[in-house]
Design a protein around this ligand. Structure first.
Ligand SMILES: Nc1ncnc2c1ncn2[C@@H]1O[C@H](COP(=O)(O)OP(=O)(O)OP(=O)(O)O)[C@@H](O)[C@H]1O
Ligand SMILES: [Mg+2]
Length: 356
């Protein structure tokens, strides 16, 4: 089922959060709302669930206007960050609850709940109380409870953020598998860019109540439209562009910047006030030497060994630049204070706006 917002206005305490917001979530997609704290992700989810009614505008399920339809009539499955299970009921009773509330006969409800618990790998835990489960197991119960009613829409509000890294990786695979199997339209909320990139069919990047870009993960990562999106997704370095110079005929665009002329293959339009977004993983660090075009000098300020990569913060004439280098076993790891040369890639992308 396709889900859409049309012309949504919403204010809190006289302050507008959404102004004429439009958003379409295509049927069957795993669709992620990604943005910093306070940008309005949970509020949009609550509007889909029916907990919040917008000041103005419409929420549509397919063609149907559900703006005034209450929560229990919407056929949505919801998983929150903090589990929200009934503490005094067994795992089985938690999962069967939604079916019984929909007048499914007891025996059938139990069968369907057990089948769902099998799919999330918890068939051995049916009689336990939620308090006797780990955080990861509780979120599996919450997923089972949300899906067992075969909802038309699945809403997930940061369901993994309270879990440790290893569990998060494991559960995000499971959630995606269940979603694909059920073919259910899913809206997932997170402020974790890696999670968004790894799980989504499409990502909507949000900034202060506005959707600034929508696209598949690879497009969001490689072609961010704005400085905000480039910074928030992938932590890009932003170099302001003064103007575009005429091309050399080598297929590369020439940009005048405070660190000299930089070359790029980017096909994004240049407008005044644009920046070049350069991923730390695309910059290479070389020994200090006479500079060539597309290079700039710097001094290593901070070194962070991360196992597979080494993160450097390098001080340059335009401020600090972050670089992620592969930490191959015998590769040289540079030290704080080393003078180096940064080689900027031609894959750097032109984005609207400057560093925030
Ligand atoms: N019921 C409410 N009353 C007053 N302000 C609210 C209410 N609901 C949301 N807000 C405000 O709207 C803004 C967006 O809140 P929302 O919970 O949607 O953010 P979020 O993107 O989910 O953030 P987080 O990542 O921290 O969960 C915030 O500034 C919040 O304080
Ligand atoms: Mg939230």
């Amino acid at each position: 089922m396709q889900v859409s917002f049309e012309g949504i206005d919403q204010s809190y305490g006289g302050q507008a959060l959404f102004r004429q917001l439009d958003l379409v979530i295509p049927s069957g997609q795993f669709f992620t709302l990604l943005g910093p704290s306070g940008c309005g992700k949970t509020t949009l989810l609550r509007m889909l669930a029916g907990f919040v009614r917008p000041d103005r505008g419409r929420v549509l399920f397919g063609e149907k206007d559900v703006t005034a339809v209450p929560v229990h009539r919407r056929s949505v499955g919801i998983v929150f960050q903090d589990y929200a299970l009934f503490p005094d009921r067994s795992v089985l009773a938690n999962v069967a609850y939604g079916l019984l509330a929909r007048s499914v006969p007891k025996a059938e409800a139990a069968d369907r709940a057990i089948a769902m618990l099998k799919r999330v790998g918890l068939e051995a835990f049916v009689d336990r109380a939620p308090a006797a489960l780990s955080g990861g197991q509780r979120q599996r119960v919450a997923m089972a409870r949300a899906l067992v009613i075969e909802p038309k829409l699945l809403l997930l509000d940061e369901p993994l953020s309270a879990l440790d890294v290893k569990l998060r990786l494991e559960l995000r695979g499971m959630i995606r598998e269940l979603q694909i199997e059920a073919g259910i339209t899913t809206v997932f909320v997170t402020h974790d860019q890696e999670e968004a990139l790894a799980m989504s069919d499409q990502i909507a990047v949000m900034d202060r109540g506005q959707v600034v870009q929508i696209g598949p993960p690879q497009e969001i990562y490689t072609k961010p439209r704005t400085a905000f999106a480039a910074d928030f997704v992938g932590n890009a370095n932003l170099i302001p562009i003064d103007r575009e110079l005429s091309a050399n005929g080598d297929g590369l665009r020439r940009l005048e910047t405070p660190v000299g002329i930089l070359l790029t293959k980017s096909d994004a339009p240049w407008t005044s006030g644009a920046s070049l977004a350069v991923r730390g993983s695309e910059i290479s660090v070389a020994d200090h030497a006479p500079l060539q075009e597309g290079e700039l000098p710097g001094v290593i300020e901070h070194v962070e060994y991360r196992g597979s990569t080494v993160g450097y913060t390098i001080q340059t004439t335009i401020g600090p630049i972050r670089v992620d280098s592969w930490a191959a076993q015998h590769a040289l790891i540079r030290r704080r204070g080393d003078a180096v040369v940064l080689k900027l890639p031609h894959t750097a992308h032109i984005v609207e706006g400057h560093a925030c």
